[in-house]
Design a protein around this ligand. Structure first.
Ligand code: COA
Length: 185
């Protein structure tokens, strides 16, 4: 019998091609011009904070998170979040966001930012960043730059430019090579 249960799983290297095809179908070539893409092309997403949604063996959705800094404050950039069109409106997007945020909290992260619509992401704890407090490395509609605090007051006093977090990345790389568990590309 076919298993129709929804499973939210950690992304694995074998998922990469299916996720890329999903992006192509969802965002088309315009995805390469997005400001968030500039950060993601410089820094790989974190596999321990990125998830796929599967129904049976079928990959029906994906969410990724990348380590960034806002000014000097460590944070995560959430996205892209994508659900296969026939599987939308069933709460799969919300389930992926909730799992991504729960796992981020469990790993000690305190802030998650994204570029998206507040009517959608507001249900998962995201709110607009006041205009000018945070900048992206390219044009973004300020009304779509959102933040979620994973710890009370984590966003208080935080401001500055968003950039890839090379410092955290090199710490993780050296920890992983010491442990012999490196899994970054
Ligand atoms: C946005 C997206 C991830 C939502 O996935 P989903 O699994 O359908 O989400 P959920 O089931 O959790 O929520 C669906 C609800 O959110 C609403 N919704 C979806 N996108 C919305 C938006 N941009 N603004 C406000 N509401 C939105 C839907 O109307 C739906 O409402 P309903 O439950 O009353 O029908 C999906 O539509 C998608 O992949 N879109 C294309 C890619 C994209 O825009 N990604 C987000 C930016 S990176």
């Amino acid at each position: 019998m076919t298993d129709l249960t929804l499973n939210i799983l950690l992304e694995t290297p074998e998922d990469a091609a299916a996720i890329e095809r999903l992006y192509e179908r969802t965002f088309g070539p315009g995805r390469f011009a997005r400001t968030s893409y500039r950060i993601r092309e410089e820094m790989a997403h974190r596999p321990e904070l990125s998830f796929t949604a599967r129904i049976g063996t079928l990959l029906v959705g994906s969410v990724r998170q990348t380590k960034i800094r806002i000014g000097e404050t460590p944070a995560l950039l959430l996205g892209p979040l994508t659900i296969e069109p026939p599987f939308r409106h069933h709460g799969i997007g919300k389930a992926l966001i909730e799992r991504a945020l729960a796992e981020a909290r469990r790993h000690g992260h305190r802030l998650v930012v994204l570029v998206g619509d507040v009517p959608y992401y507001g249900r998962c704890g995201f709110a607009r960043i006041p205009k000018g407090q945070v900048t992206m490395p390219g044009p973004v509609d300020p009304a779509r730059l959102l933040v979620a605090e994973l710890a009370d007051g984590a966003f208080a006093g935080v401001s500055g430019a968003i950039r890839p977090d090379w410092d955290q990345e090199s710490e993780v790389r050296s920890q992983e090579s010491e442990e012999g568990t490196g899994h970054l590309p």
